[in-house]
Design a binder for this molecule. Structure first.
Ligand code: AMP
Length: 219
């Protein structure tokens, strides 16, 4: 999938928390010359900067619940409006309402959509998320044993400090998975019916998932 056409392309990385959406999208963004946008990162930036949106969103995020649709759609569309060229979108849409708003937005802006759906079992995701480490500075993602940084606690890319996300604690992860199954998983059928979705396994070693995603993006 080239990025030089006249229409702006948006590739949605869809799937449950911890399946590797952010990891795969950030690793391929430069190679395919797409910009990376994550609704979770945008919300965390708002929390960090103590914006009005951040203070409203925080209690939902801390509880592992979804932030209300209206807040998230406005935030994501505002970010997309700022960008030229193709975008890898991680974490949005997550509800039927968001998907419908996104369709209308895409139609209005003449965007071409593709959805890459990553799949894995809840047991696998629980294990992976409880070992996940994030760089406080650049957002790079590591796993304590499967994808460790070269130096403990330090990001390979920018030497930033690594931390565990507050919502990666097991009790919050369980809630996030439940929310995924109830509110987001129905979008699999929604996008399959629309002929826009390709599914990949997210529980294989990272190079294999990357290879699968590359094939889809080139196809
Ligand atoms: P993520 O980084 O994608 O795991 O998102 C972290 C948290 O941000 C989620 O648990 C939600 O509380 C919130 N969030 C991110 N994206 C969305 C979205 N599209 N809709 C609602 N809430 C979201």
């Amino acid at each position: 999938m080239g990025n030089g056409g006249s229409k702006k392309r948006i590739v949605v990385f869809f799937g449950p928390p911890g399946v590797g959406k952010g990891t795969v999208a950030t690793r391929l963004a430069e190679e395919f010359q797409f910009q990376f946008v994550s609704s979770g990162d945008l919300l965390r930036d708002n929390v960090k900067n103590k914006t009005e949106l951040g203070s409203e969103a925080k209690r939902f995020m801390d509880a592992g619940q979804l932030v209300p649709d209206g807040l998230v759609t406005r935030m994501v569309f505002a970010r997309l409006d700022e960008l030229n060229g193709g975008v890898f979108l991680d974490g949005f849409p997550r509800t039927k309402f968001q998907a419908e708003e996104f369709n209308a937005y895409a139609f209005q802006k003449g965007l071409v959509l593709l959805v890459i759906n990553l799949e894995a079992s809840d047991g696998f995701l629980m294990e992976r998320l409880s070992h996940r480490l994030i760089c406080r500075n650049c957002g790079a993602i590591y796993h304590r044993s499967n994808l460790p940084p070269k130096k403990k606690g330090v990001c390979d890319a920018c030497a930033g400090a690594l931390y565990q996300r507050e919502d990666d604690r097991p009790e919050v992860v369980a809630k996030r998975l439940m929310v995924y199954h109830q509110q987001s998983a129905p979008l699999v059928e929604y996008y399959q019916k629309a002929g826009l979705m390709v599914t990949l396994r997210g529980d294989q070693p990272l190079p294999e998932t990357l290879a699968g995603a590359r094939q889809i993006l080139r196809g």
